[in-house]
Design a protein around this ligand. Structure first.
Ligand SMILES: [Cu+2]
Length: 172
């Protein structure tokens, strides 16, 4: 079974996430890898909007950016700059030997999320703003940066975020 984090978002915002998730049986937080099957190319993007943008339409992509994830707990490059309104395809590689993920968000959101992951290492979930990538694999995020600001991307696997596996995003 999978937990839809969108249902928890109001609780996350209220800082109640820890208490809420602690009340759930651990088994409810894990689900099989089947939940991460790639979405069909024809699937309509989510209409949900986030402070750091929204899922983009493949037809609107104007730029493709490659990001590599390394076992040294680094993203390469470690900073990305976009113009407001730009829709980009992030091609996320994992050149390491362990699992990594790229999750877009605000700094506060990623910190909260990383704390959750520490307490529930088996927690898996999928949202349009994240890519879980097995060693040697690649995955894509199509994203529209529709609001200016400073955002981040991070690997929220336990120890990785704290180990500095973060990148900066500037949208002007
Ligand atoms: Cu990682």
């Amino acid at each position: 079974m999978r937990i839809d984090l969108s249902l928890l978002r109001p609780a996350l915002a209220a800082g109640l996430c820890t208490a809420l998730l602690a009340a759930l049986p651990a088994a409810a937080l894990a689900h099989g890898a089947a939940g991460h099957a790639p979405k069909a190319a024809t699937a309509a993007p989510s209409t949900e909007s986030y402070p750091w943008g929204r899922e983009g339409r493949a037809a609107d992509v104007t730029r493709t950016i490659e990001v590599d994830m390394k076992d040294a707990l680094r993203f390469v490059p470690g900073e990305l700059r976009f113009r407001r309104g730009e829709t980009v395809r992030l091609v996320v590689h994992n050149s390491g030997r362990v699992m990594h993920e790229l999750v877009l968000g605000t700094e506060a959101e990623l910190k909260r999320h990383a704390e959750l992951m520490k307490q529930h290492p088996g927690m898996e979930h999928d949202e349009p703003y994240m890519a879980h990538v097995a060693p040697g694999e690649r995955a894509e995020i199509v994203w529209t940066f529709d609001k200016p600001g400073r955002f981040m991307y991070g690997c929220l696997l336990p120890g990785h975020f704290e180990g500095g596996m973060v990148g900066r995003i500037v949208v002007r």
